[in-house]
Design a protein around this ligand. Structure first.
Ligand code: GLY
Ligand code: MN
Ligand code: MN
Length: 448
């Protein structure tokens, strides 16, 4: 739980970075799925980061008065509506929202058009999510033009428009203890879901049956949604990086790659585990699995403050490339294969990304052309992989093996904390968990 004061502090911090001007930050629109049925609603991450307010149809306005005047934090939101609340449920309405979420002022959303030009009068700049939504860009220009029309009355209009997101991205990049606590809990729930998937899987099942186990575990612990569409990919499907059909049969002898994480109170977790459908890694599967696991260990070791963003990727890459050479997948020296990028046939993505309110979270990876140094409070994934498609020059026993191992980590002053330790990942621990499952089935049903 993020204390309400934290949202105010974030808004004050943003106002101090803006110096003077007005920020206008809408939440996400509701989206129609078909006719009058909507997609499940998810607020905008920037708006939520500054307010904690989850309802649709809301806009935050921050008027930064510079050093002379305190910033004003104004929320526009849906009015109370007893009729709609019978159908759609509770809405705060401006008065309760102002009190509950610690705003200075709050108005019904339909006052936005009338009040915004006045708020922009004599302000030097507007900050908004420039270019994000054409409709919003046009509205902002419309308000500025209305202020311009008052020029003969001595009113000046904002002369610059800035993208507010780079300021917020930098703030979002460093997580507070409270944010990390939520991400730790999200990681715990998702780790439990991966354990459940390992216990549930049987040859002959469909991928969607395993997906159902994951979703069940997310929701039963109060996570609001999956943080992204779960990937449940058996056998060759694991070599399709964004496979989401999840409708194929699972075969004994194949590996199952599961990339799934829940979203809890807005924060994403993102875990991948790869395990054998029948509970036992074959020798070729084990060889590649141990390689990816060693690459992940090297990458996690490189997650420490002061190391550049790229250090975990470089560490994982060198381990993977040496393994690809040893396995006969690549030829030449490690340096030569890294240089020629021949490894990209088998490892074509990077080793991680920022993680937070968005699964691929906000924040630049480079500063002035250089990978930025890791700092305590940054949260990221570490997810090396290996995907082998059939080809004449590839040993056939590796064909169609796809493996990824992904954990979430927070940079600490001493190194990093793994936020997703609940999901087993050594060959021994996975096979042990899957053996336990077989034993419990024998006990329960008298067959094994
Ligand atoms: N699940 C998305 C990713 O791993 O980046
Ligand atoms: Mn990821
Ligand atoms: Mn993932």
């Amino acid at each position: 739980m993020i204390p309400i004061d934290c949202y105010r502090e974030r808004r004050l911090h943003l106002a101090s970075r803006m110096e003077r001007g007005v920020a206008v930050i809408p939440t996400a629109p509701e989206r129609v799925r078909n006719r009058d049925a909507h997609y499940s609603y998810r607020f905008d991450s920037y708006f939520y980061y500054l307010t904690g307010f989850r309802e649709p149809e809301a806009v935050l306005v921050i008027v930064a008065g510079g050093v002379a005047e305190p910033a004003r934090h104004i929320l526009f939101c849906r009015d109370k509506n007893p009729e709609r609340e019978i159908w759609d449920g509770f809405r705060y309405g401006p008065q309760a929202a102002q009190e509950t979420f610690g705003l200075d002022e709050a108005f019904p959303l339909d006052r936005l058009e009338a009040l915004l030009p006045g708020l922009l009068a004599d302000q030097p700049a507007v900050y908004c999510s420039l270019g994000y939504e054409a409709g919003w860009d046009a509205r902002v220009m419309g308000w500025i033009n209305q202020v311009r029309q008052q020029a003969r009355g001595g009113v000046t209009a904002p002369s610059s428009i800035h993208d507010v997101r780079p300021l917020l991205d930098e703030m979002r990049l460093i997580k507070s203890e409270e944010e990390i606590a939520i991400m730790r809990r999200a990681g715990e729930i998702s780790g439990g879901a991966h354990r459940r998937a390992m216990r549930a899987v049987r040859p002959g099942m469909s991928e969607y049956e395993v997906e159902a186990e994951l979703l069940h575990e997310f929701r039963r612990h109060g996570a609001q949604a999956p943080a992204y569409t779960s990937i449940v990919a058996g056998g060759a499907n694991a070599c399709v990086l964004h496979y989401v059909e999840n409708d194929a049969r699972l075969n004994a002898g194949d590996l199952l790659l599961v990339d799934a994480g829940c979203e809890l109170d807005g924060y994403a977790s993102d875990i991948t585990r790869t395990f054998p459908v029948n509970g036992h890694f074959s020798s070729a599967q084990k060889d590649l699995y141990q390689l990816v696991l060693a690459a992940q260990a090297a990458a996690i070791e490189a997650v420490r403050p002061g190391n550049p963003w790229d250090a975990p990727h470089e560490a994982a890459l060198r381990v993977l490339v040496q393994g690809f050479i040893d396995a006969g997948l690549c030829r030449g020296s490690v340096d030569a294969v890294v240089q020629s990028e021949d490894y990209k046939r088998f490892f074509m993505h990077r080793t991680g990304h920022w993680l937070g309110l968005d699964v691929h979270d906000a924040g630049d990876y480079k500063r002035e052309g250089q990978w930025r140094p890791l700092q305590p409070g940054m949260t990221l994934t570490v997810e090396p992989g290996c995907y082998v498609r059939p080809a004449d020059d590839v040993p056939p026993h590796f064909w169609n093996i796809g493996i990824r191992i992904e954990d979430d980590v927070a940079v600490t002053s001493a190194g990093c904390e793994i936020l997703t330790p609940a999901a087993p990942k050594t060959v021994g621990d996975i096979e042990e968990l899957m053996r336990e499952r077989d034993r419990s089935i024998t006990r329960e049903y008298g067959y094994g």
